[in-house]
Write a protein that binds this ligand. Structure first.
Ligand SMILES: [Fe+2]
Ligand SMILES: [Fe+2]
Length: 171
């Protein structure tokens, strides 16, 4: 068994092989390194610009909201696999929120309950809208980041959220 660390969320993974994507934050496999070689972005103690702080605050708001919406959708889903999918999406988005709090050095805010539709069709549509918006905004945040670690984070998140759109479209 080997120990790997995801450079985006900083979580460790134990396994024979490196996973193709981080099981916690969903980052692509190229961000997962052997523990001895990993340089997690949250460990970089370089100061963060005001613009990146603002963008991280927006990330925190967006991700906590996505978490609450996906939990609602998990509760509404009739099919077991759809319930499970939304529970996983909720956890991944919460992990993204946690990364933002760590970089900002703040506590996790209280997450407000969100509403969602009763049918899969409407919820899938809403999911694609949310993920599309997230992908676009992270692309912008990545281009605005002057810090290497923040640019790396937004680049990775952009890929994760784009992957979620693919997941829904494949259903
Ligand atoms: Fe990760
Ligand atoms: Fe996310």
């Amino acid at each position: 068994m080997k120990l790997y660390i995801c450079e985006i969320c900083g979580d460790a993974y134990i396994g024979e092989e490196k996973p193709t994507d981080c099981p916690f934050c969903g980052a692509k496999g190229n961000f997962i390194k052997l523990a001895s070689e990993a340089k997690p972005i949250i460990e970089e103690k370089t100061p963060i610009s005001e613009l990146s702080k603002k963008n991280l605050m927006e990330t925190l708001a967006l991700e906590t909201r996505a978490n609450a919406i996906y939990l609602c959708m998990a509760g509404k889903a009739q099919e077991y696999k759809i319930q499970k999918m939304y529970k996983r999406l909720a956890k991944v988005e919460l992990e993204h929120a946690v990364i933002a709090t760590k970089l900002l050095g703040i506590a996790m805010p209280e997450i407000k309950v969100e509403n969602c539709a009763d049918t899969n069709e409407e919820n899938f549509q809403k999911t694609i809208e949310l993920e599309d918006h997230a992908t676009e905004i992270y692309k912008k945040f990545a281009s605005e980041a002057s810090e290497d670690n923040i640019r790396k984070l937004f680049g990775a998140l952009m890929q994760v959220e784009a992957g979620h759109i693919e997941l829904i479209k494949n259903l």
